[in-house]
Every structure is written in structure tokens, then in C-alpha cells.
Design a protein around this ligand. Structure first.
Ligand SMILES: NC(=O)c1ccc[n+]([C@@H]2O[C@H](COP(=O)([O-])OP(=O)(O)OC[C@H]3O[C@@H](n4cnc5c(N)ncnc54)[C@H](O)[C@@H]3O)[C@@H](O)[C@H]2O)c1
Length: 294
């Protein structure tokens, strides 16, 4: 029987995921490294050694991510934490500022956009949550303590809208909303604490060098500070911080206050609708205490 906790880290081959995976290994966790980048992922597993397993994965594909979870579970025998961290930014311009109506007709409809950022940053996290809930149900009871955790990497651009990265910003806001929506239910029903880290701009591969230069050292967030925010969720006992969303900017970690319906009527409406909607869709009662939630 192992006393080591097991984490799945997506996007583990670079940047925040790489530092997080390395830190967890140094703290005696065993880590499944999931990434689409096979070369960097294999190299990292070689560096970190036998307490890791690299599994080439495209998180935006349910088949790929579910096969990776199955492999991780079969290799390590349990999954204590999912760090849903893989992410990419917009691959197209929603504004198309260079485009004009000149020389075109109304029938020249723009090409279908490449929504890869939504696929990875939003769909990939939804898939990960679904899989984590399933596999964590099969964790052996004995072994390790600390509780089951899901931590999602959103972004400062998910905590507040970012006009320069509209698709990314919306997808990252989507996962903030997802975390807030599911945390009370997964805590109550599954004993899983779900939380969310929203890093400020950090000098990793996702950020082009010219942006890093323009922002400058004084305003950049250190990857180590993002990892510390992650550890605060992974290392806390139980579900105390379930539903929490934090911004990590510079060395500061601040809770992002949850949005609330602005009128009393609206709050009562939301509470009144919750039971019937939940029952119809999920076939049971949420048993969630909604006082103050809306
Ligand atoms: N660096 C920043 O400024 C910043 C700020 C806020 C949020 N974030 C978020 O932090 C997370 C980590 O990014 P990072 O800064 O370490 O960037 P990074 O580019 O260094 O790392 C991202 C990793 O995700 C992997 N990846 C991309 N698509 C994938 C897919 N389909 N399946 C599996 N893996 C995939 C990449 O191969 C890479 O290893 C991302 O979600 C990113 O949006 C980064």
C-alpha cells in the first residue's frame, strides 16, 4: 500500500505545469504528466524519475483524456488530485481589423474560426472533471489522507474580461463559472474540493517574448507564486477551500469574490428554481446549502 498521494497534471511539459509537477514530486507525490507535447513530456518524466509517468494526451479529446486517466489509475492505483492546467490562447482574430468590406460582397462570409482555445481551455477541463469524479470514486479507502482535489488553472483574463484575447478570456471565465457552479455539489456528494487559480501574466511559453518584454519584470507573476497558490489547495486538509477562486498577481494571492444576484427577488427566484432543475437533470437532490450562494 502506498502512502504517496497521486496527482494528474495536464499541460505538465512546460511552464506552470512543469514547475507544479516538479514541486509535487519533491514533496513526495506521484504524478501523471499529461501533455500533447510528447518530446518535452518524455524528457520531463526521465528527469523526474519513477514517481512520474508521462502519458501523451490531447485534453480536448475525450477519448485521449479518458485513456490517460485509465492509464494513470492503473499505474498508480488511485488519483487524489487533478490539476487541470493545460491551456492555449486564441488562434484567430475575432475582430479581423485588417478585413474591410472593400472588394467583397455580403456573401463572402468569413471562414469558420479555429476554436482550439475553447476546446482545450474549456472543454478539456469539463472532460477532466467528469473523469476525475469517476476515477476518484474507485480510490482505495485506505492509504493517504488529505481528501480529493480538483484545481483548475484559469487566468486573470478569466477573472475579468480581456479584450485582446476574447476567446481565451471567455473560455477561462467559463472554467471559473464551472468551478463555482460544481464546487458545492461535488463537495457534498463526492467529497471533492474544487478550486481555481487565476494567474497574472507569467513568462512561460504561452506568452510571446515581445509581450513579456512589454509587461516587464516588475509586473510579471512568478511561476513559483502560481505553484504556491496551487499547493495551498492541494495540501489543505479536506474541502475547506472548495469553490474558492484566487488571483495570483505578483507575489499576492487574493480571493476573487463570487458574483451574486443583485436583487432579493432574483436570489429567491434562483433558490426556487434550483431544486426542480437539479432534480430533472441529475435525478436526485443536490442537498446543497444555498443560503448566501446566489
Ligand atoms: N503564462 C501566463 O501568463 C498565464 C497567465 C494566466 C493563465 N495561464 C494559464 O496557465 C496554464 C499553463 O500555461 P503556461 O503558462 O504554463 O504555458 P505553457 O505554454 O508553458 O504550458 C502549457 C502546456 O499545455 C500543453 N498543452 C497545450 N494544448 C494541450 C492539449 N490539447 N492537451 C494537453 N496539453 C496541452 C502544452 O504542450 C504546454 O506544455 C494555461 O492554462 C494558461 O492558460 C498562463
Amino acid at each position: 500500500m502506498t502512502t504517496q498521494k497521486v496527482a494528474i497534471v495536464t499541460g505538465a511539459a512546460s511552464g506552470i505545469g512543469l514547475r507544479l509537477a516538479t514541486t509535487l514530486v519533491n514533496k513526495n507525490w506521484r504524478v501523471a504528466l499529461l501533455d500533447i507535447n510528447q518530446e518535452a513530456g518524455s524528457a520531463l518524466a526521465t528527469t523526474l524519475g519513477p514517481s512520474t509517468l508521462f502519458i501523451p494526451t490531447d485534453v480536448s479529446s475525450y477519448a485521449s483524456q479518458s485513456a490517460a486517466f485509465a492509464q494513470a489509475f492503473s499505474h498508480f492505483g488511485r488519483i487524489d488530485a487533478l490539476c487541470a492546467n493545460a491551456g492555449i490562447v486564441d488562434r484567430w482574430s475575432l475582430y479581423d481589423l485588417a478585413g474591410t468590406a472593400e472588394g467583397k460582397t455580403v456573401a463572402d462570409v468569413p471562414d469558420e474560426p479555429d476554436l482550439a482555445a475553447t476546446e482545450v481551455d474549456f472543454k478539456g477541463v469539463v472532460y477532466g472533471v467528469r473523469l476525475a469524479v469517476h476515477f476518484m470514486r474507485f480510490n482505495p479507502e485506505e492509504g493517504v489522507s488529505g481528501g480529493k482535489k480538483i484545481v483548475v488553472t484559469s487566468s486573470i483574463a478569466g477573472a475579468v474580461p480581456h479584450p485582446a484575447l476574447p476567446e481565451y478570456s471567455a473560455a477561462k471565465a467559463g472554467v471559473v463559472g464551472l468551478v463555482r457552479a460544481i464546487a458545492p455539489v461535488l463537495r457534498e456528494k463526492e467529497g471533492i474540493a474544487v478550486s481555481c487559480v487565476c494567474p497574472g501574466l507569467a513568462a512561460t511559453a504561452v506568452l510571446p517574448g515581445f509581450v513579456v518584454e512589454a509587461v516587464g519584470d516588475a509586473l510579471l507573476t512568478k511561476v513559483d507564486d502560481v505553484v504556491k497558490a496551487y499547493l495551498a489547495y492541494l495540501e489543505v486538509e479536506g474541502e475547506e477551500k472548495a469553490g474558492e477562486v484566487v488571483e495570483v498577481v505578483g507575489g499576492s494571492v487574493d480571493v476573487v469574490p463570487p458574483p451574486r444576484v443583485s436583487t432579493q427577488l432574483g436570489k429567491e427566484m434562483m433558490v426556487a428554481g434550483m431544486g426542480p432543475i437539479f432534480g430533472a437533470l441529475h435525478g436526485g437532490e443536490s442537498k446543497v446549502d444555498l443560503s448566501g450562494f446566489f
